[in-house]
Design a protein around this ligand. Structure first.
Ligand code: DGY
Length: 452
């Protein structure tokens, strides 16, 4: 069995910054498919939406024009309703490399799908794209590439507007300011945040399937369980029955969560979109629209903050109750420099429940609090540290002018990468590399941190 770990570079001794930067650029080049980048060599052989945005941030430090192409290619698969799909399938990938495949998603049941343009899945992921595009512009401006990049920004800007509009309207029909997510694969796959909703599901008949992910990792303990996968696949069957129609899904579908992390990324992305709007000379009406989205998202998040703990909690629309699980999502106000709840969120960040936990190898944010009962340090989103999540918190700290904390997080993150390499995620206490090796987005954030 060949696993991504088999082709992992193993760093016995810590890399220097030059070594780290060179290796990170090599990871992007290895996974480059010519215009778009595989999320990882074997486990993720397609273009994933939020992976691709981070990857563009990394490419910006290697080749800024290539960074723009990464996003242009992704947006070619945008749905007519504005949704940017979670996966754009690679037609060259081995049919047995990844499941669920395009046939299982069958998005052609929805008239909004880009049939004939690209094969895609039928859900979406956190909207990091405008953050990436604003970062590309920041790198390009003042260089000889600036005007070429600005021309591409002009093509992309209306598509970004359509994407954010989709999230503001189709994913928030009640105007709460909070995005509704439909599936754990819309970001944080097997996070304990979803356990209650998934436990309530009555799983019907799921057509037979073979998990491909387990053949690409060293052991099954690093991935979601089979019972969880059955639920993931059952939700997919239901979405298909609803023909991926947002209005119908909001009426009767059993996994509807007002997602604080997804929404906070959207607030950060809308703030970044204002920078892109400046670069392309957007109209006053467009700028006002984006500003309204920022304020609505901010108010939506503020309404989820628990008065006692200061944690932002998702809301399970099935019960109307907050999902009180201690994960990094609870620190979401830190992603928005304008959030009124930052001070308390900073105390939570520094506390022993998160980056201040004495057992951590590096003072970074683990996916689930080590103090939580459900903490599982080797299992995907149930405890390990994800460098891309720490990049988002670093950006939020920097945007909020919390320079000392931002710098400490950047240093800790770079030190972890020098020792762990470009793993998908790692054990917070031991630094054991977990999941896929040569993960594109991990390499990408290393490149950005080195340049910052
Ligand atoms: C997977 O297949 O594990 C992905 O995370 C889904 O997006």
């Amino acid at each position: 069995m060949s696993t991504d770990s088999d082709i992992a570079p193993v760093y016995g001794t810590a890399l220097t910054d030059v070594g780290l930067g060179e290796q990170a650029a090599d990871v992007l080049r290895t996974n480059d498919m010519g215009g778009w980048t595989k999320a990882a060599p074997l486990l993720y052989p397609h273009q994933w939406s939020w992976d691709s945005a981070f990857v563009a941030i990394g490419w910006a430090q290697v080749d800024v024009r290539r960074a723009m192409t990464e996003q242009q290619r992704l947006f070619e698969a945008q749905w007519a309703n504005g949704m940017v799909p979670q996966i754009v399938f690679n037609p060259l990938a081995d049919a047995e490399s990844y499941f669920p495949d395009p046939a299982r998603w069958a998005v052609e049941v929805c008239p909004e799908a880009p049939v004939g343009v690209a094969e895609t899945s039928g859900i979406c992921q956190p909207p990091v794209h405008a953050i990436a595009v604003a970062r590309i512009w920041e790198v390009a401006r003042g260089t000889t590439d600036a005007e070429a990049v600005r021309t591409e920004l002009r093509t992309l800007f209306p598509k970004l507007m359509a994407w954010h509009r989709y999230l503001a309207e189709n994913r928030d029909p009640s105007g709460s300011g909070l995005v509704t997510t439909y599936h754990p694969w819309e970001g944080i796959d097997n996070s304990p945040r979803w356990d209650g909703v998934l436990a309530r599901l009555e799983v019907g008949e799921v057509p037979p399937y073979v998990r491909r992910d387990l053949s690409h990792v060293a052991d099954a303990g690093q991935r979601p369980s089979n019972a969880t996968y059955d639920r993931f696949l059952w939700l997919l069957e239901l979405l298909k029955r609803f023909r991926y129609d947002d209005a119908a899904i909001h009426e009767a579908y059993p996994f509807l969560v007002k997602d604080v992390f997804f929404t906070s990324v959207l607030v950060m992305a809308n703030r970044a979109l204002l920078t892109v709007a400046d670069a392309v000379g957007a109209t006053c009406a467009e700028r006002a629209q984006i500003q309204t989205w920022v304020e609505r998202g901010r108010a939506g998040i503020a309404a989820t903050v628990d008065a006692e703990s200061g944690m932002a909690y998702d809301v399970d629309l099935g019960t109307g109750a907050p999902i009180e699980v201690a994960t990094f999502a609870g620190l979401s106000p830190l992603l928005d420099a304008g959030s009124p709840h930052r001070a308390r969120a900073l105390r939570n960040l520094d506390s022993s429940a998160f980056a201040g936990h004495p057992g951590l190898r590096w003072a970074m944010v683990p996916s689930t609090s080590p103090s939580a009962e459900c903490f599982d340090p080797r299992n995907y989103w149930r405890g390990p540290v994800w460098p891309i999540v720490n990049w988002l918190f670093w950006r939020g700290l920097r945007d909020g002018r919390d320079t000392a904390r931002a710098e400490a997080l950047r240093e800790a993150s770079l030190d972890s990468l020098r020792h762990v390499g470009f793993a998908e995620y790692f054990h917070p206490m031991t630094g054991e590399a977990l999941g896929s090796a040569m993960q594109s987005w991990t390499a990408a954030v290393a490149l950005d941190w080195l340049a910052s």
